[in-house]
Design a protein around this ligand. Sequence first.
Ligand SMILES: [Zn+2]
Ligand SMILES: [Zn+2]
Length: 333
Amino acid sequence: MKACLLGPPAPVERSPLDFTDVPDPQPAADEVLVRVAACGVCRTDLHVVEGELPPRKQPVIPGHQAVGRIEKVGAEVATLGIGDRVGVPWLHRTDGVCQYCRAGRENLCDNATFTGYVVDGGYAEYIVAPAKFVYPIPPALTDEQAAPLLCAGIIGFRSLRLSGIEPGGRLGFYGFGAAAHVAIQVARHWKAEVYAMTRDVRHQRLAIEMGAVWAGAASAEPPVKLDAAIIFAPAGELVPAALKALKKGGTVTLAGIHMSPIPSMDYGLLYQERVLRSVANNTRQDGEDFMHLAAAIPVRTETEVFALQDANRALNALKNDAIRGAAVLRVPS
Ligand SMILES: [Zn+2]
Ligand SMILES: [Zn+2]
């Protein structure tokens, strides 16, 4: 099959992904083989490709937001069949037995493996994944619409949940890329007011178009105090700015897997029971809840579509804030 293969990580300007032929993957007994139709491009892919996340497999096929139809099922798979349309997300597999899995917190599993990082991902014509870790895709969503929901959507949703935002609450978004442009639709569905702080004026404009009540520069102070804030941008210097914008008792949630160092700051920014917390991965329950909600709202994703062989170009555009909404790779059938 054709795939985009990453050897040693390198700045994306040097086009580290090689569009090449690799052997077709074969599903294990509890796995399905999916013919990829579309794969979302996530900032985590950029962190993998550029080496901000230390390599776990080399070479590796990145991508963890793959949508397609099942072409083969392993001998033990009873819940899914050939032709079913599914999404393959970041959480590839958990051990099911560690203290976190047993406590219903499989997102924190000690032995989790991750798609497009620890195992090969969806920047390819085919991908294999455990049947129990893929999501059926609601018919209302096209392949390209659904792909960015698998990570950007689900992580945004988990971030919203952990932010503790309530109906009518005031919520700040720092960064307005793929995850935020989906999360704003959920937040508005929950009747929250969204304030968007983002460095790119095109992203500020998109935020307003999508119903933000106010948009400003990356560390601009919003005109009101916020009940909660979510930082989507991987920039640690936004943490003091977000805490400063927060009401007493509010929460700043960090949605990313990687962030530049957080500057030292005055305790006064955190005092008064403000909370600073990160989000790591998601549980399958988050994913199922979100996919149902996304179909019900319904969530509309803004996508910029690239051909599979143009993955380097898509990642470059993402790095330079040049994507409106989410980038998606289309895989020819
Ligand atoms: Zn576990
Ligand atoms: Zn992701």
